[in-house]
Write a protein that binds this ligand. Structure first.
Ligand code: IPM
Ligand code: MN
Length: 360
């Protein structure tokens, strides 16, 4: 039997609720397939600041380093959002964790689900069949450049820096992913304006001959933002820098029908981390209305990462079953009354292959 240690960082807002459902599903997978998953819970984000003063306590960081994988809910609390002068912020915990774990590649799959086509504000015939994979660089760029104030605090700067090595390591991963898919890689940048983007283009172009089966093309990020909702089927694998990837992946979530559907995997040289792309949605905290599917699909990516392909497919099938039966949270179907926990339980039961998974 396979035995794995998974560190869970539920975080803030709806994070604990969606994590609980992903853990429920992982326990069902362990049951059905005879694995042993051990879950250790640790603090990160606003809850960690409240408890320890630090958004990423050393205990949490050490546990993540030791883990086989990390499952994260969400971090962030409105009490910090409009307090620009706050000395510590929940986001610092997440950014430092990504940096410390060396998670340079954030992989965000975007699909149009047939069951949710009518739910997207975009026209169904435009989005049907969309299946793209966004590779977002996660430990460089403007997020991590030198930042500060000058002119007595009246001017500010955030530097954007990339090295050839930082670009190459994620580009190799994106090319390899394209080789296993539809053989198309689109680099999204702003090479008409930014020097860092010109380095991205030059570097990625130089790697292209190593992947002869992959067709490489380029789009400026402003045009890409338009193309993603105009004709999303044209995309297979998208490769982009940190901030562009942050923005276009939220935009692309409209295709899936809800931000609550999009999972992600962050990988690097050692331990990997799995998290939904959505935030902590503080307004929904404790109401049982948060969609757990993004976190459950992140758990499926975690299973893939462990090499448990059949298990991952089972989880994705169980999610499809929930969508087929319209066992979804209210943002996907205002007429249903299913709670976060009911959706999670339904999916966990489907994993266990229990025939009678009618909800009451
Ligand atoms: C994300 C989030 C984070 C980011 C925030 C919370 C720092 O928006 O994971 O996409 O910008 O990377
Ligand atoms: Mn984001």
């Amino acid at each position: 039997i396979l035995s794995k240690h998974i560190v869970v960082l539920p975080g803030d807002g709806i994070g604990p609720e969606v994590c609980a459902e992903a853990v429920r599903v992982l326990r069902a997978v362990a049951d059905r397939f005879g694995h042993e998953f051990h879950f250790d819970y640790h603090l990160m984000g606003a809850c960690a600041i409240d408890a320890t003063g630090s958004p990423l306590p050393e205990l949490t960081l050490d546990a993540c380093h030791q883990a086989d994988a990390v499952l994260l809910g969400a971090i962030g609390d409105p009490k910090y959002d409009n307090a620009p002068a706050a000395p510590v912020r929940p986001e610092q915990g997440l950014l430092r964790l990504r940096k410390e774990l060396g998670l340079y590649a954030n992989i965000r799959p975007v699909m149009a689900y047939d069951q949710l086509l009518e739910h997207s504000p975009l026209k169904a015939d435009r989005i049907q069949g969309t299946d793209m994979l966004i590779f977002r660089e996660l430990t460089g760029g403007v997020y991590f450049g030198e930042k500060g104030r000058f002119n007595d605090g009246n001017s500010a700067y955030d530097n954007c820096t990339y090295s050839r090595e930082e670009i190459e390591r994620i580009a190799h991963r994106a090319f390899r992913a394209a080789e296993t898919r539809r053989h198309k890689l689109t680099l999204v940048d702003k090479a008409n304006v930014l020097e860092t983007s010109r380095l991205w283009r030059e570097t990625v172009q130089q790697l292209a001959p190593q992947y002869p089966s992959v067709a490489l093309d380029y789009l400026f990020v402003d045009n890409a933002a338009m193309q993603i909702i105009l004709n999303p089927r044209q995309f297979d694998v998208i490769l982009t820098e940190n901030m562009f990837g942050d923005i276009i992946s939220d935009e692309a979530s409209v295709i899936a029908g809800s931000l609550g559907m999009l999972p992600s995997a962050s990988v690097g040289d050692a331990v990997a981390l799995f998290e939904p792309i959505h935030g902590s949605y503080p307004q929904a905290k404790g109401k049982g209305i948060a969609n757990p599917i993004a976190t459950i699909l992140s758990a499926a990516m975690l299973l893939d990462h462990f090499g448990l392909t059949e298990e991952a497919v089972t989880v994705r099938d169980a999610v499809q079953h929930a969508l087929d039966q319209q066992v979804v949270t209210p943002e996907l179907n205002p007429a249903t009354r299913y709670t976060t926990e009911q959706v999670g339980s339904f999916i966990a039961y489907a994993v266990l292959d229990i025939a009678d998974c009618e909800m009451h």
